[in-house]
Ligand binder design. Structure first.
Ligand code: G
Ligand code: G
Ligand code: MN
Ligand code: NA
Length: 247
């Protein structure tokens, strides 16, 4: 309960900030998009999402904060455009945020008001959120936002539903990449990438930490890599130099 009150205050005091982690295109080694990752800039230092997202979800405080996150990310897209960088920003959405009855109306209103280029906003959701909120995510996609399936390979991933959902691509979970050179994992990875490409989906690998992983993923036709090899999640100003590319 104490933490709950601290989080409530933190939202009020704008202590939540977005860090950004670049995604590198393997076709030309340039960065055209980043993932926004939430951090709590508390008086005791930077706090990571696993410490507060579950509580923000239980208390539904994530709903209110979620709109602030959208606004921060949109401001950043516009700020980067102003200095000559056209960069897409991927925002993570949890199911609780989509549960909000006013989600679509509020989101459309704040995007319309901002005049941001809609196709520069990407949404990341897990498989369970995608299935639970297919209708709302379809409307979000029709409005112009690209949807990506996050943590791919950790859920049931029945694959058959991939042909029916309004997604632009998948993000292969870090757990898969960590053990990608294990023989069976490599075969599964190869198959996931081939299937996704055949369905016209973009494939992004998360948690890429070594050149060997990036090279192998390029040879498997993976589109983009994200991970410590390129950059850790950081403040906007600390990753901008990567936009001048190629890496
Ligand atoms: O940055 P880090 O790897 O610790 O993020 C862990 C997880 O926290 C992410 O995979 C994502 O699911 C969640 N997360 C990070 N930022 C946000 C955010 O802005 N909104 C929501 N809903 N979840 C986030
Ligand atoms: O949205 P999602 O929960 O997938 O967020 C990705 C998480 O993975 C973030 O918390 C981020 O800090 C973390 N991460 C990003 N790149 C790497 C990496 O190369 N290695 C490891 N171990 N973690 C990473
Ligand atoms: Mn994500
Ligand atoms: Na992920």
């Amino acid at each position: 309960l104490e933490l709950q009150n601290r989080l409530k205050n933190a939202i009020k005091n704008n202590e939540f900030v977005l860090y950004y982690q670049p995604k590198l295109s393997l076709s030309d080694f340039c960065v055209r998009s980043v993932e926004a990752l939430l951090r709590w800039n508390s008086k005791d230092g930077i706090v990571l999402p696993n410490e507060f997202i579950p509580i923000l979800e239980e208390t539904r405080l994530i709903i209110e904060l979620g709109y602030q996150i959208f606004e921060q990310a949109i401001d950043q897209i516009k700020a980067w455009q102003k200095i000559g960088f056209t960069i897409s920003v991927a925002i993570n959405l949890s199911a609780v945020q989509l549960d909000d009855a006013n989600f679509l109306e509020k989101t459309f209103t704040l995007i319309n008001r901002s005049n941001v280029d809609r196709n520069l906003i990407e949404i990341e959701v897990t498989e369970s959120t995608l299935i639970k909120h297919l209708d709302r995510l379809t409307k979000l996609n029709e409005y112009g936002l690209k949807i990506f399936l996050d943590d791919f390979g950790t859920g049931y991933s029945s694959l058959s539903y991939l042909k029916e959902v309004p997604i632009s691509g998948i993000k292969i979970d870090i757990a898969f990449i960590r053990e990608m050179f294990e023989k069976k994992n490599f075969e599964i990875l190869k198959t996931i990438i081939n299937l996704s490409k055949a369905l016209n989906l973009k494939v992004i690998a998360e948690g890429v930490e070594t050149k060997a992983q990036a090279n192998a993923l390029k040879s498997l036709n993976c589109d983009e890599v994200q991970g410590f090899l390129i950059a850790r999640p950081a403040l906007a100003k600390d990753i901008e130099h990567l936009f001048r590319g190629p890496f």
